[in-house]
Design a protein around this ligand. Structure first.
Ligand SMILES: NC(=O)c1ccc[n+]([C@@H]2O[C@H](COP(=O)([O-])OP(=O)(O)OC[C@H]3O[C@@H](n4cnc5c(N)ncnc54)[C@H](O)[C@@H]3O)[C@@H](O)[C@H]2O)c1
Ligand SMILES: [Zn+2]
Length: 376
């Protein structure tokens, strides 16, 4: 980067070590312009199937298509409607058919350009088309940059269950441009920050303190701070994934901190009421209060999280919902083993423990105590 651009940050790379499935995440500010050279530096590519949604395509499809085509690569651009409903069998089928109609073959490469929906869907199409195509990700939402683009889980929903049809399919590379976050709606952006805070709580107290010290630059989407928090989040998730790539040892479960309460909240409030990160925010505080009740976590650390989350305009109060409905949603959550409630419980900022056998009344009390007292 030239000295004429003092706000510029040097791009950086996070390595995801997965044996012969290892790959790099390249993170920068303005590096989307390099996408053609980036792809060709990683693989010999002759045909790209570029998949995006309408909101993202509007800004970024043409520049990405042009940069890839400039390397002499044939590009098939396919669009899907924005939103979770595109993670479906009918949409996957329309992509399989459209790719085939434009002469996809076993040497074609899929490039996902979009948020978590496009990443999961395009990754699933890559994993299944002609028994597996090379796959690259260009995540454009903060949630996708720090979470869904790391770890290789790809998939679609059935009307009766989310993420139930899918595969582990690692990308050959991930390119993250912090500049694309400028067009991300504010609520979506703030929601992504909840997962960033989650990494601090589960694995890295220094990172958590860095976030506390950088609230204003985060609200301003400062490129240098964005790059730092995205890179650290990717590193932390990559470490966990590297130790438990296919979710067999249980280590990967720590990434679900706050998520049992979060999923219950999402289910009972009706999907769409809370953005995912907003429900994570509420859920992490429930899990923290649960830690207090179990005698392993202190109230001051719960308060530190609440202060940081609310400074970033995330919800911290539990809404008033039927406790019976919340409990039955928690019992259906996949972290329930043999009928017992299991939670990822914090012991300190930077350390969490998978805790089986939590009494349901204690979990409900942790939920209930987050309800704001209207008379206060
Ligand atoms: N694979 C995994 O490990 C994993 C992990 C977490 C979440 N997920 C999945 O991720 C999905 C949620 O991802 P998400 O929050 O990114 O949702 P999303 O893909 O729907 O994106 C959110 C909204 O922002 C828009 N958008 C994205 N980038 C933009 C940009 N730069 N400028 C303007 N608009 C932009 C999208 O069009 C959409 O309207 C869910 O389906 C979830 O299941 C997967
Ligand atoms: Zn999450």
């Amino acid at each position: 980067m030239s000295a004429a651009n003092p706000g510029a940050t040097s791009p950086q790379t996070v390595h995801v070590p997965l044996g012969d499935r290892s790959y790099d995440i390249s993170i920068g500010n303005g590096n989307l312009a390099e996408v053609g050279r980036w792809v060709t530096s990683l693989r010999k590519v002759t045909h790209v199937v570029l998949i995006s949604d309408g909101n993202v395509a509007k800004y970024y499809q043409q520049p990405v298509e042009d940069a890839i085509a400039a390397e002499g690569i044939r590009v098939t651009s396919l669009g899907v409607p924005a939103g979770e409903q595109s993670k479906s069998v009918p949409t996957a089928q329309s992509l399989w058919e459209a790719a085939l109609a434009d002469r996809v073959d076993r040497k074609s490469t899929v490039v996902a350009l979009g948020g978590g929906v496009v990443g999961d869907l395009a990754g699933f199409v890559a994993a299944t088309m002609t028994r597996g195509l090379d796959f690259f990700q260009i995540p454009t939402s903060l949630l996708a940059q720090v979470d869904s683009s790391v770890g290789g889980k790809v998939g679609i929903n059935l009307p009766s269950a989310k993420n139930i049809v899918g595969a582990f399919w690692q990308p050959k590379g991930v390119l993250i441009d912090t500049a694309v976050l400028k067009t991300l709606p504010r609520r979506e952006y703030l929601s992504g920050l909840a997962e960033v805070i989650k990494y601090g709580v589960i694995l890295d107290a220094d990172f958590f303190a860095y976030l506390e010290a950088n609230v204003q630059p985060m609200l301003n989407r400062d490129p240098a701070v964005l790059q730092k928090i995205i890179a650290r989040s990717c590193e932390l998730k990559a470490q966990v994934v590297a130790e438990d790539e296919t979710e067999t040892t249980g280590l990967r479960a720590i990434l679900n901190y706050g998520h049992t309460f979060c999923h219950a909240l999402e289910t009972v409030s009706g999907y769409g009421e809370y953005l995912h990160g907003e429900a994570v925010s509420v859920g992490m505080l429930c899990a923290s209060r649960l830690g207090e009740k179990l005698g392993v976590f202190d109230a001051e650390s719960t308060q530190r999280q609440a202060k940081l989350l609310s400074a970033l305009e995330l919800p911290v109060a539990t809404p008033k919902l039927s406790e019976t409905a919340i409990l039955s949603a928690m019992q259906r959550d996949k972290k329930v083993e043999h009928g017992k409630l299991r939670f990822i419980v914090p012991h300190a900022i930077g350390k969490v423990v998978l805790t089986p056998d939590v009494p349901s009344e204690m979990a409900l009390a942790a939920w209930r105590e987050g309800i704001e007292d209207e008379s206060a």
